[in-house]
Design a protein around this ligand. Structure first.
Ligand code: CTP
Length: 403
């Protein structure tokens, strides 16, 4: 999934011939899952019509402080527009607009919105080659960069004047790729390897029967997806679930038993930065697995069980750089039991869910958790969607990773 998915992109269009390319840009942003609004300078309307841009963006296009076509002239609020955006992309940006931005002028809606925007601003300049290399332009661009804006460099090629040189606006595809790379490079888990377990385990009794539990895997899958969206390289070791992973960058390893989960986890543990074990691993398995289906007989059947490997505890024993997170599902003495587990398994964080809480536990889309840290800090949370719980867990890890 693109880092632009679900993001609000405000596209600023100024009066250059490259404005016609802004129509493609709108379409590409929408294809990546972004919501797009367009703000234009008044003269940009001579190059591309607001109707085209509003049809493509499926949103009203803004070009003046008041909506002149409206009898009850409405104020177009530049502050609101600036605050709405997650990213403000000005493409094409003419020399005139760049200069106004560098000077802090606000005589049209676009530059006023620029002054109000708190989000990252990307600028794709477009002008003739001599204008582009003029010391005034170069100084303007470096000034704008020093303000924290990002310049998407113009490209070399044939210009509207017929001259050949540097000044063409970057192609819409290149602008989108530039943005996606820049955004993902700044994600908080960029460069981090996160190992996650999810779901139940099935411990075979015979070829057709097993001992399992009701875990749906939803919590672990939500953590894996969210970690990937925050830039991490994610390995998800999943027990048998009906879920499918929506995020293609997550490396999913499907296992059935605790033993298989143990092996898969250990294969990826040594070089990971974070391990989050949310799987509901069976604590016991049949001591022997019948090679044929066990036939019904008179009387009772006893299955002898042996302990499975405690995967989490084994990771705690060899923990080095890893930030280790475990879950505790408790029905009584919740806090006390969870704290004991945190210490015994050498964890950095334990996420407690109590089956006594409404909206917590297996199968549901929500969870109610309490965080307990090594230094005994206890943080209870409200009932939340599992995706939000996933975000809270990862945010806690981000805050403590390099601390
Ligand atoms: N866990 C594990 N391997 C096991 C059992 C549990 O990795 N064989 C992990 C779970 O993924 C979870 C944590 O240990 O993160 C706590 O699991 P839980 O079943 O609540 O605790 P147990 O240590 O098994 O103790 P008990 O069942 O007695 O509460």
């Amino acid at each position: 999934m693109s880092v632009l998915s679900g993001k609000k992109v405000l596209l600023g269009v100024t009066a250059g011939i490259a404005a016609y390319k802004s129509t493609y840009l709108v379409r590409l942003f929408i294809k990546e899952g972004a919501e797009v609004k367009v703000v234009m300078t008044p003269s940009a309307k001579e190059f591309v019509t607001p109707l085209t841009l509003s049809t493509l963006s499926k949103n009203e296009v803004f070009s003046s402080f008041t909506n002149e076509d409206d009898d009850n002239a409405q104020w177009n609020n530049h502050v609101e527009l600036g605050l709405w955006a997650d990213y403000f992309v000005i493409a094409p940006a003419t020399a005139n607009t760049l200069s106004k931005m560098a000077q802090g002028q606000s005589d049209n809606l676009l530059v006023a919105t620029y002054l109000s925007a708190k989000c990252p601003v990307y600028i794709a300049p477009a002008m003739d080659l001599d204008m582009y290399k003029h010391p005034s332009t170069l100084e303007t661009l470096s000034k704008l960069e020093s303000f924290g804006n990002t310049i998407i460099p113009a490209e070399h090629g044939e210009l509207a004047s017929g001259l050949i040189g540097k000044g063409r606006m970057a192609e819409p595809e290149s602008i989108v790729v530039f943005l996606e790379k820049d955004i993902s490079d700044q994600l908080p888990l960029k460069g981090k390897k996160v190992l996650i377990t999810a779901g139940p385990t099935y411990e075979a009794i015979d070829p057709v029967r097993f001992i399992g539990n009701h875990s749906s895997g939803k919590m672990g899958y939500a953590i894996a997806e969210t970690a990937a969206n925050l830039g991490a390289e994610v390995v998800l070791v999943s027990g048998p679930t009906s879920l499918s992973m929506e995020e293609p960058s997550v490396h999913v390893i499907r296992v059935a038993s605790a033993k298989e989960m143990y092996n898969a986890v250990h294969e990826h543990y040594s070089n990971c930065d974070v391990a989050i074990l949310s799987a509901a691993v069976a604590d016991y398995r049949p001591k022997t697995v019948a090679s044929e289906k066990i036939k019904k007989k008179e009387g009772e059947l006893t299955i002898e069980l042996e302990k499975t490997e405690d995967i989490l505890a084994s990771l705690g024993k060899t923990k080095q750089q890893q930030f280790l997170v475990g879950f505790a599902l408790e029905t009584q003495n919740e806090l006390e039991n969870a704290k004991t587990k945190l210490e015994k398994k050498n964890l950095d964080l334990i996420v407690l869910n109590s089956l006594n809480d409404k909206g917590a536990g297996f199968g549901t889309d929500t969870n109610k958790v309490t965080f307990i840290t090594r230094d005994n800090k206890v943080t209870p949370f409200q009932v939340k969607d599992k995706k939000e719980v996933a975000y809270d867990i990862l945010q806690h890890i981000i805050d403590h990773l390099d601390a």
